[in-house]
Design a protein around this ligand. Structure first.
Ligand code: C2E
Ligand code: CA
Ligand code: CA
Ligand code: CA
Length: 273
């Protein structure tokens, strides 16, 4: 089911990309989008489902195209990847997220998850800037988390960089867990704080899919290894209850909120987290 799910999504994305960018000059267009900072952030709540309390947000980037309007990351990120612009995008996202939370202070630890492409950790640019940004945020109760997909294999240099950043106080989350090929090797060799269970597995709850036992196995393994879990793509009350019954308490999904501009997240209040 996970494979079918990702195949259908990929096909839709390839078609959307063709439709949006059928002309030449796409390279120039994405380059100038970065220069002009045409990217905006939406934030999605992360909730402790036992109490309903908001414990953090994930930052999700969108391209606010001057003519075409809002474009979603599944469509434009592969284009940026192709042209080697993901590190620049990541820097913009970190800068933007920090700016949006510049006036916020939390009395209890509040998590701010940002997606990092594995290539980011290969550039020499990372490091000091990110660490000082994370320290600044932390002084106001905001814990920066690196969400790293396990789609690509992380090489030794990337692992070393991630391990360093973690020692400087950043949290490390493995994103889309269960859909990549390197899960178990990665768990052994890289110190991490959270696994994010991919939506494809949450989708199987309540169906008679062959993947629900896989979900159960991921949960059992994470508990056995003392890893924190976040379930993503929680849309239905029944899914939330299934997860809660198995001690998966941190949830993210449309059941709680869709990603929105920060000022529209009315559930979020300074100092309340
Ligand atoms: P992701 O990191 O797995 O983010 C979760 C995606 O699932 C988001 O899609 C979110 O809107 C969607 N989602 C969350 N809850 C639900 C739900 O209950 N139902 C459904 N149907 N969908 C849900 P989005 O924002 O379109 O982002 C897609 C992917 O693009 C992200 O997947 C992430 O891999 C990537 N991405 C987004 N922002 C950034 C970024 O700033 N940097 C990088 N490198 N990648 C990003
Ligand atoms: Ca993510
Ligand atoms: Ca994810
Ligand atoms: Ca996902």
């Amino acid at each position: 089911a996970a494979i079918v799910c990702s195949l259908i999504t990929s096909l839709a994305i390839v078609i959307a990309r063709r439709f949006l960018f059928s002309h030449r000059g796409i390279h120039g267009e994405v380059k100038s989008a970065i220069k002009r900072k045409e990217f905006i952030l939406h934030f999605q709540l992360q909730v402790d489902a036992r109490t309903g309390k908001v414990v953090g947000v994930e930052a999700l980037v969108r391209w606010l195209h001057p003519e075409r309007g809002l474009i979603y990351p599944d469509v434009f990120i592969p284009v940026l990847e192709e042209f080697g612009l993901m590190t620049e995008l990541t820097e913009l996202v970190v800068e933007q997220a920090a700016a949006e939370f510049a006036d916020w202070t939390f009395t209890e630890r509040f998590h701010l998850g940002i997606n990092f492409p594995p290539d980011y950790f290969l550039s020499d640019k990372h490091g000091q800037g990110l660490i000082s940004q994370a320290k600044l945020l932390k002084s106001r109760g905001i814990q920066l988390g690196l969400e790293i997909t396990e789609r690509q294999l992380l090489d030794q240099r990337a692992k070393a960089a991630i391990t360093d950043l973690r020692e400087f106080g950043l949290e490390v989350l493995i994103d889309d867990f269960g859909t990549g090929q390197t899960s178990l090797a990665m768990l052994e060799s890289t110190p991490i704080d959270y696994l994010k269970i991919d939506k494809c597995f949450v989708d199987t709850i309540g169906s008679d899919s062959v993947n629900t036992p896989v979900l159960d196995a991921i949960i059992a393994m994470a508990h056995g290894l003392n890893l924190n879990l976040i379930a993503e793509g929680v849309e239905h009350r029944s899914q939330a209850e299934y997860l809660l019954a198995r001690d998966v308490t941190l949830h993210q999904g449309y059941l709680y909120s869709k990603p929105k501009p920060l000022e529209q997240l009315s559930q979020l209040r300074q100092g309340q987290a």
